[in-house]
Design a protein around this ligand. Sequence first.
Ligand SMILES: NC(=O)c1ccc[n+]([C@@H]2O[C@H](COP(=O)([O-])OP(=O)(O)OC[C@H]3O[C@@H](n4cnc5c(N)ncnc54)[C@H](OP(=O)(O)O)[C@@H]3O)[C@@H](O)[C@H]2O)c1
Length: 198
Amino acid sequence: MNIAIIGSGNVGSALGSSLVSAGHRVTVTARDSVKATTVAAQIGASVVPSALAAAEAADVIVLAIPYGAVESVAKEIAAAVSGKVVIDTTNPLKADYSGLATDGGPSGAERIAAQLPGARVVKAFNTLFASIQADTAVHGQTVDGLIAADDADAKTTVAELRELESLAWLNIALQLRTGGSWKSSFVLIGAPDKAIAA
Ligand SMILES: NC(=O)c1ccc[n+]([C@@H]2O[C@H](COP(=O)([O-])OP(=O)(O)OC[C@H]3O[C@@H](n4cnc5c(N)ncnc54)[C@H](OP(=O)(O)O)[C@@H]3O)[C@@H](O)[C@H]2O)c1
């Protein structure tokens, strides 16, 4: 599959590395083309000069950018992502890391979906710290990846999108308050079979 990753920082490089290892053709892009080129060379991906060029050539687009950059990037790629899957990894944090900028309103993912009409926006990887995206075992235990997407039951979806962002914030806040090693993650015990994908 052709996958474009917009952003070549912690998440872009970790996910890109995992996706290349899984056999996908990965393209990365970022504002700093030198950094994007370096990351692409490190992980075995190719590089393109703009988010629009990356989105046009891809089947799946991964947003691995700060939440504050989403609005401008969404404007740039909107025409190229209709009918495609857009994976939103962002956590809509306030600039001072005091909480979620969405403040009980629509989730970040809902706001992104509203800016990308026709795209299928999937919230994923936001609850996994970047170090875990590259290696999903913590203390010998494989952690869970939690995903929410717009499906037939829109009400359920909206709740799940908000919950995934709140869950990620809980994990981030714990790390910030304790000076932790950013290795904590979630394993859901006893989830219903239909909620689990291989
Ligand atoms: N770090 C984690 O453990 C983690 C885990 C889960 C989710 N997340 C979420 O994932 C997202 C990325 O986090 P990160 O840690 O990877 O951040 P990061 O290391 O700061 O990297 C951000 C990337 O986004 C690019 N970027 C910024 N503004 C852009 C724009 N307007 N257009 C195109 N590219 C732009 C940056 O490019 P330049 O370098 O060229 O500026 C950089 O490559 C955030 O929303 C974060 O909340 C992070």
